[in-house]
Write a protein that binds this ligand. Structure first.
Ligand SMILES: Cc1ncc(COP(=O)(O)O)c(C=O)c1O
Ligand SMILES: N[C@@H](CCCC[NH3+])C(=O)O
Length: 420
């Protein structure tokens, strides 16, 4: 976590004290380090080197315009899953020709818009989707670049909710039927076969499952070549894990090095869709202790961030470190760190050894990925502010939501006639 460090007994994001951020913007607030995002992206770009291909940041991990714009400035590509994400990338200055469009449920309107702006390709996830894309492309009198997302049926060895490359998962086209689907695409005047894609899961901490998937894709690619269907790129998706609690994922350079070695001298571009490994440790969630409550079974620290701000603990029983912004010398006790939402599942950390006082600031670490982007307004809670730190500068990249934001588009109904 070199971009978030203690200086003079106080936690800083780059050169800015988190106490200052809390004072200026309030809590809960997501705080990001620009340097972290840049360095993680550049680790991917450098490891790819002069091998043709694209590093397409997975927008769903953290879709704030500030983050997308800094990546666009570095020449990043983007992996999107909706028209909403597409418009965000365009607003942030991203290059549409570096966008891959993933997702199992693309609508015709989303396809039209993506064709209009000229995305790099559609990662097609079913035969039905391909049929729709063919129709839409024909209506638009154009040709859609397609890459089939195949399901290689490999075990990613991760949490079952974030494993995506097994036969039982909803994603992709079974690898043993892909050949037929490619044959169809290759003879369509409105589809242009450009690649093959897979994404086997998230928070993977070993290289082996990626290589298993790659080997299966290479067999398919050889079959396609034998039939005269030549692919331009292979997309291995995202999925490289990060350290939340003692995990030791391989460095990006080892991961990409191993993939490039397996590709050998094949003339195939390499596309990757990293999300978490770029974003997770580039952000934290700053929160304040509202109340301390000592009960018979547990000590509870009730903070002003909740499951609506960060869903990962409730959804996956995920562990993210929680640290004091200004540590003190008092004796540690064991605490459950919970939010104000009316759900037993509303916690951001359990059994944490901390010395706590009412009113103090805490930071939930590793919150840059799937943090704000999965947040909601549950319990009519305004979503948090987001602040990006760049050296000694802070940018409010998303203002805290207001009461007016919470009811935008809603209206009361008139009284029922005769009800009085
Ligand atoms: C298609 C696709 N690509 C990329 C990603 C990004 O994955 P990660 O954040 O694990 O790198 C995901 C999410 O798991 C995804 O579904
Ligand atoms: N949202 C998940 C990862 C799912 C990735 C999306 N395919 C997480 O927080 O770990």
């Amino acid at each position: 976590m070199s971009d978030f460090n203690y200086r003079d007994g106080s936690l800083h994001a780059e050169e800015v004290a988190l106490e200052k951020i809390a004072e200026q913007f309030g809590t809960p607030t997501y705080v990001y380090s620009r340097a972290h995002f840049e360095n993680q992206y550049l680790a991917y770009a450098d490891a790819l080197g002069d091998h043709p291909g694209l590093i397409c940041y997975a927008v769903k991990a953290n879709s704030n315009l500030g983050i997308l714009s800094l990546l666009a400035q570095l020449g990043a590509g983007f992996d999107i899953v909706s028209a909403g994400e597409l418009e965000r990338v365009l607003l942030a200055g991203g290059d549409p020709s570096r966008i891959v469009f993933s997702g199992v449920g693309k609508t015709a309107a989303e396809m039209r818009r993506a064709l209009e702006v000229g995305v790099h390709c559609f990662n097609v996830e079913s035969e039905a989707e391909m049929a729709r894309l063919e129709l839409v492309a024909a209506e638009c009198e154009t040709t859609a670049p397609v890459s089939l997302r195949v399901n290689p049926d490999v075990d990613a060895n991760t949490h079952p909710y974030i494993s995506t490359g097994l036969k039982e998962n909803k994603f992709g086209i079974a690898i043993d039927t892909a050949l037929d689907v490619y044959r169809h695409a290759a003879q369509s005047p409105h589809l242009q076969v450009v690649g093959v894609d897979c994404h086997i899961g998230s928070q993977l901490t070993e290289i082996a499952p990626f290589l298993d998937a790659l080997d299966r894709l290479l067999i398919l690619i050889d079959q396609l070549t034998a039939e005269g269907i030549q692919l331009e790129h292979l997309d291995l998706g995202g999925g490289l894990g990060v350290r939340y609690r003692g995990e030791e994922p391989p460095p990006v350079s080892d991961y990409i090095g191993a993939i490039k070695e397996r590709l050998g001298d094949r003339q195939l571009g390499l596309v990757l869709e990293p999300g978490r490994s770029i974003a997770a440790n580039g952000g934290l969630l700053l929160t304040r202790v509202e109340y301390l409550k000592r009960a018979e079974e547990h000590n509870f620290a009730i903070v002003d961030a909740a499951m609506n701000d960060n869903l990962r603990p409730a959804l996956y029983q995920a562990w993210q470190d929680i640290v004091p912004v200004t540590p003190n010398n008092a004796a540690n006790e064991i605490w459950d760190i919970v939010g104000p939402v009316c759900e037993t599942g509303d916690f951001i950390g359990k059994n944490r050894s901390l010395a706590l006082q009412q009113g103090q600031l805490l930071a939930m670490l590793s919150a840059g990925a799937y943090g704000f982007s999965m947040s909601s307004n549950y319990n009519s809670r305004p979503r948090a502010a987001e602040v990006l730190v760049d050296g000694d500068k802070t940018y409010l990249v998303r203002a805290r939501e207001t009461q007016a934001d919470l009811v935008r588009g809603e209206s009361p109904v008139p009284e029922k006639r005769g009800s009085k």
